[in-house]
Design a protein around this ligand. Structure first.
Ligand code: CAA
Length: 409
């Protein structure tokens, strides 16, 4: 099928890419370009070779996947959609979604880190930063440095306009004070996009977006949060509080203008939710693969589990849940809008949880055992309905745009 692909950046070249049966059966391949198929295959092979065999151990040890992230950086995948003059591959969002899906299938924690870094940090700087900001906050972030997204606060999650972190002008500097929560990769990250307000009374109209090097004096990174699943927990991907105490950053580190920060955050979350949806699809596919492999090997009532009507029914249901989530995710990545990305995230998160639940049921007692991967998929799936905006917010957004389309608001 697809032949050799040479990216302008020269980051890598594939001499040949086979269109395997698996590829055909798992995606609407005919709608993917040769380049998209190539990047998908690259990420898939990487996940099978470098991630899947170690994901369980990484999760149990609660370690950050430094080596895999470095290898992904070498492949250019930590800047998949960043322009090539800034060190990225310059690929479209669907390519990036394909990468996130495959990497998350191999290791959900690594997929989460890659998703947030690309969709919520690197793409924001690439698309909204000045040339000077890109020089400082983008180039090295396609070469190994990790970027973070700091919007949520202890008192402002779903109600993002209610943030209390303040920004004040002081000569040539902005001074930031406040506390951010659930900042993925904040322990390992080198910089973060931070949203702060000039006047909390103004709600969204007072917010601005800043680029903050995380080694700046006054930045304190808190402890990992001990919660289940990837990222928002103390397993593998780190998410923790970042406290800003009289943090002084140069005036040139503000992205956009005063008052534009909320819009910047919302537009970026429209992208970020595609990333979380793709991440959920990857987790769901991993759960389906686990259940299928187990069912093929295990016998009960004198026959293979796959020949038991109840198990076949569960596998069929899982397949349909994965495919519907995948199609919505690819559609959202191709046609980005608030409604499409919220719908993809809603469905992909819900379906991943249902698929992971079926997986646990099919494995029975082994589904509960930490010696098998089913329980990890179950834990990993849970967060996809929380981070990047809870399910209820996604539904509210879809409902809003649905009624708007029908002049029924
Ligand atoms: N794109 C561009 N502009 C947008 C927008 C979008 N997607 N959404 C809203 N806006 C604009 C509106 O047009 C409006 O502008 P005007 O004042 O010019 O009319 C303004 O923003 C305010 O809009 P709303 O009145 O709709 O704002 P709201 O206060 O009601 O909030 C919300 C809307 C959808 C609930 C929003 O607060 C939201 O998305 N909340 C969830 C936040 C979230 O997802 N947090 C998780 C962050 S990720 C994270 O922390 C880390 C992690 O998980 C890994």
């Amino acid at each position: 099928m697809a032949g050799g692909v040479f990216f302008k950046s020269g980051k890598f070249a594939l001499s040949s890419v086979q269109c395997t049966k698996r590829l055909v059966s798992r995606t609407f391949t005919t709608q993917l370009t040769e380049q998209q198929q190539s990047i998908q295959e690259l990420a898939r092979n990487f996940a099978d070779k470098h991630l899947k065999p170690h994901a369980g151990a990484l999760d149990r040890a609660g370690l950050f996947p430094f080596e895999p992230i470095q290898k992904l950086t070498n492949l250019g995948l930590m800047g998949t959609s960043v322009d090539d003059e800034h060190g990225g591959l310059g690929l479209d969002y669907l390519s990036l979604a394909l990468v996130v899906e495959e990497i998350s299938r191999g290791c959900a924690s690594t997929g989460m880190i890659l998703s947030i870094h690309n969709f919520l940090y690197a793409n924001l700087v690439n698309e909204k930063g000045t040339e000077e900001q890109k020089e400082l906050f983008l180039k090295k972030f396609t070469r190994g440095a990790i970027g973070c997204f700091a919007l949520s606060e202890p008192g402002a999650g779903s109600d993002a306009a209610n943030i209390k972190t303040t920004a004040t002008a002081d000569g040539d500097y902005w001074v930031l004070n406040g506390r951010k929560s659930w900042v993925t990769s904040s322990i390992e990250g080198s910089a973060a996009v931070v949203f702060a307000t000039f006047d909390p009374e103004l709600r969204h109209k007072g917010i601005a977006c800043f680029l903050v090097p995380l080694d700046t004096e006054g930045v304190f990174r808190g402890n990992k949060e001990p919660i289940i699943g990837v990222s928002v927990c103390d397993r593998a991907a780190t998410a923790c509080d970042v406290t800003l105490s009289d943090v002084r950053i140069p005036r040139g580190y503000m992205v956009g203008q005063q008052g534009e920060g909320f819009k910047i955050a919302m537009e970026q979350l429209d992208q970020g939710r595609i990333g979380i949806a793709a991440h959920a699809v990857g987790i769901a596919q991993a759960a389906l693969d686990t259940a299928m492999n187990y069912a093929k090997q295990r016998e009960a009532f004198g026959k293979s589990l796959t020949r038991l009507a109840s198990v076949k029914d569960r596998l069929t249901e899982m397949c349909m849940l994965v495919e519907t989530a995948r199609l919505l995710t690819y559609r959202a990545a191709t046609d980005v809008s608030t409604k499409n990305s919220a719908m993809a995230k809603y469905v992909a998160g819900r379906n991943a949880n249902a698929v992971a639940d079926h997986c646990v049921q099919i494995l029975g007692g082994r589904g509960l055992s930490t010696k098998y991967s089913a329980e990890r998929h179950f834990r990993d799936a849970r967060g996809t309905q929380v981070y990047g905006g809870v399910t209820d917010i996604q539904k509210r957004l879809v409902g809003h745009y649905l009624l708007k389309e029908h002049d029924a608001l």
